[in-house]
Design a protein around this ligand. Structure first.
Ligand code: IVH
Length: 459
C-alpha cells in the first residue's frame, strides 16, 4: 500500500499526470491511516502518513522549506466536520457554549507554492515537493501575474507567503485548443496544466501560460502574523496579494457548513476548479495550541465535494485493446455534461465489474467524473432498463481484423487477446507507447501519424 501511494504521489507531483481520481487516492490514504491506527507497530519509517507529496525530480534546484509545507486532513460528510469541531473543543478544553469561529474558503484545485520576501522583495519561490524539500521555481513564479515582485506598505523583514497556483478554466480551455492545433498532448484538467506550466525549465514558457495565485498561509515570518487568520488575510490583501474574495468568517461550524452548501451551488459557475471547502480556526493562539499531527494541522480541515455525476444512456459497449492485449470494455454514451465537461465514453473496467453491476447496452447509467482522468459508470438505473436489454457477453474474439481468440487466465480480472504481436491493434498500441512521452518521447510520432503510416503500409 505504501509503495502504491508513493507511485501515485510520483505521478501526481512529478509527472503532473495522475492515473487515478482524487477520490481513489484519498481512499488509499485512508486505508493506510486506518491500518496504522489499528496496528501502530506496523507504521513503516517510509509510511505515506509521514510524507506530503513526493520528492521533486531533478531539473530544478532543491529548496528546503524553513517551515514545512503541510497538507490537510479531509472530511467527506457533515458528521466528519462535526467531529472536527468536537476534537477542537476537547483539545482546547472549551465549554459547550464557547464559540469556535472558522474561516471558510474554497479549496482551489491547483498546486501550492511558497513565496519568500526579504525586506519586501520577492527573492525565492518554491513548489511544495514533499513538504520539506521543494523545487526552486523562482524564475517561473515571477511570471505569475498575481505574484507581487515588491510588497506594498510595511511588511515583515522575512515573510513567506503560501498559496495556490492555478489556471482559470477559460485560460485552460484556450491553452488546450492551441495544443490540439499544434498536435501536442492535451492537459487533462486545469490543475495538471497549472502544474505542468509552472514546472517548465524555460521560464518563457511559463510566462505564456496565464497562471494565477491565491494567497492563504504563511511560512517563515519575522513578526507575529496577528491575532486572527481573518486579519492576516486582510494584511495579505494590503501587501498586494490576491485573497479569494469568497473567503468567509463563520461564527460557528454550522455557519461554515452553510457556506459549503452555498459554494457547492456556485461551483459550476466559477472560473476556476475547486474540490471542496477549507475550514480554518480563526484564532491564531488556538491554532498555535492545536498544532499539527503527522502531516496536517489540527486547526484546519478540507471538506471535499462528492464526485460529480450525471445520468445518460449507455448506447453500446465496445472493446478497447491495450498494448499488452488487455481487453477493456468501454461504455459509449449519449454525450452528457458532467461537472462542466462533455463525456461520451466511460470505462467499465472489466467483465466482472459489468457482471457485478449488471450493466447492459441500452441501460441508463450514472456516470461519474471524480475531478480528473477517466470517467466511469458507477451503476445503472434498473427502472429505466428497456425490455430488450440483454446481459453483456464478453467477446470470444479480439475486435481486430484477425479476430484472434481471447482468453482469461484463472485469477486474472482481464480478458486478453491471444494474438500478441500478430494482432494489429496491439501492434498499434505498442508503437504508440514506445513513441510516447513516458518512453522514447519521439516528438511528432503520435496517434495520428502512426495511423497514417500504418494505413500507408509504411510500418
Ligand atoms: S491551507 C497548513 N487553504 O489543498 C494549511 N490549502 O489538500 C495548508 N489548498 O496543500 C493548506 N486551497 O495545496 C489551504 N484555501 C486553501 C487551499 C488549500 C487549496 C490545497 C493546498 C494544500 C492542499 C491540501
Amino acid at each position: 500500500l505504501a509503495k502504491e501511494i508513493a507511485h501515485h504521489d510520483k505521478l501526481y507531483y512529478q509527472k503532473s499526470a495522475p492515473t487515478i481520481s482524487d477520490a481513489e487516492y484519498d481512499a488509499l490514504r485512508r486505508r493506510n491511516e486506518e491500518i496504522e491506527r489499528r496496528f501502530p507497530a506496523l507504521v513503516r519509517p517510509d509510511s505515506p502518513s509521514k510524507r506530503v507529496g513526493a520528492k521533486p525530480e531533478s531539473g530544478f534546484a532543491e529548496v528546503r522549506h524553513a517551515v514545512p509545507m503541510l497538507s490537510l486532513n479531509n472530511a467527506f460528510t457533515r458528521a466528519d466536520v462535526e467531529d472536527f469541531a468536537q476534537r477542537i473543543r476537547r483539545f482546547l478544553s472549551l465549554k459547550d457554549d464557547d464559540a469556535i469561529e472558522l474561516v471558510a474558503e474554497p479549496k482551489i484545485d491547483g498546486l501550492s507554492a511558497s513565496l519568500r520576501y526579504e525586506d519586501g522583495e520577492f527573492v525565492l519561490g518554491a513548489t511544495r515537493g514533499d513538504g520539506t524539500v521543494g523545487e526552486n521555481v523562482t524564475a517561473n513564479l515571477r511570471h505569475v501575474r498575481d505574484v507581487p515582485h515588491t510588497l506594498k506598505g510595511r511588511a515583515p523583514a522575512v515573510l513567506e507567503v503560501r498559496g495556490e497556483v492555478y489556471m482559470a478554466r477559460s485560460d485552460f480551455a484556450a491553452l488546450n485548443k492551441q495544443r490540439a492545433r499544434d498536435e501536442l498532448p492535451l492537459y487533462a484538467n486545469p490543475r495538471n496544466s497549472a502544474s505542468g506550466s509552472l514546472r517548465q525549465i524555460d521560464p518563457n514558457v511559463t510566462a505564456e501560460r496565464k497562471l494565477r495565485f491565491f494567497a492563504y498561509a504563511w511560512g517563515e515570518i519575522s513578526e507575529a502574523p496577528g491575532d486572527s487568520y481573518w486579519h492576516f488575510l486582510e494584511r495579505l490583501r494590503h501587501w498586494g496579494f490576491h485573497v479569494n474574495p469568497k473567503a468567509k468568517l463563520c461564527k460557528s461550524p454550522d455557519a461554515a457548513l452553510a457556506f459549503y452548501d452555498a459554494i457547492a451551488g456556485e461551483r459550476a459557475a466559477l472560473d476556476y476548479d475547486i474540490d471542496g471547502v477549507v475550514y480554518k480556526v480563526n484564532r491564531l493562539d488556538w491554532q498555535q495550541r492545536l498544532g499539527m499531527v503527522s502531516r496536517a494541522p489540527r486547526w484546519a480541515i478540507a471538506h471535499k465535494f462528492p464526485a460529480e455525476q450525471a445520468q445518460t444512456v449507455l448506447e453500446k459497449i465496445t472493446i478497447q485493446v491495450g498494448r499488452t492485449g488487455t481487453l477493456t470494455p468501454v461504455a459509449n454514451l449519449a454525450p452528457v455534461t458532467v461537472g462542466g465537461v462533455v463525456v461520451a465514453r466511460a470505462t467499465l473496467h472489466n467483465e466482472d465489474y459489468i457482471a457485478e453491476k449488471d450493466i447492459r447496452e441500452g441501460d441508463t447509467g450514472i456516470v461519474q467524473r471524480a475531478g480528473d482522468v477517466i470517467p466511469q459508470v458507477v451503476e445503472v438505473v434498473k427502472a429505466k432498463r428497456p425490455k430488450s436489454a440483454k446481459p453483456y457477453r464478453p467477446p470470444e474474439t479480439c475486435p481486430c481484423p484477425l479476430e484472434t481468440p481471447t482468453a482469461r487466465e484463472p485469477g486474472e480480472a482481464a480478458r486478453r487477446c491471444t494474438g500478441a504481436l500478430a494482432c494489429p491493434f496491439q501492434q498499434f498500441e505498442r508503437l504508440r507507447h514506445f513513441a510516447s512521452r513516458d518512453a522514447f518521447d519521439i516528438e511528432g510520432l503520435g496517434h495520428t501519424h502512426i495511423e497514417t503510416f500504418r494505413d500507408e503500409k509504411l510500418i
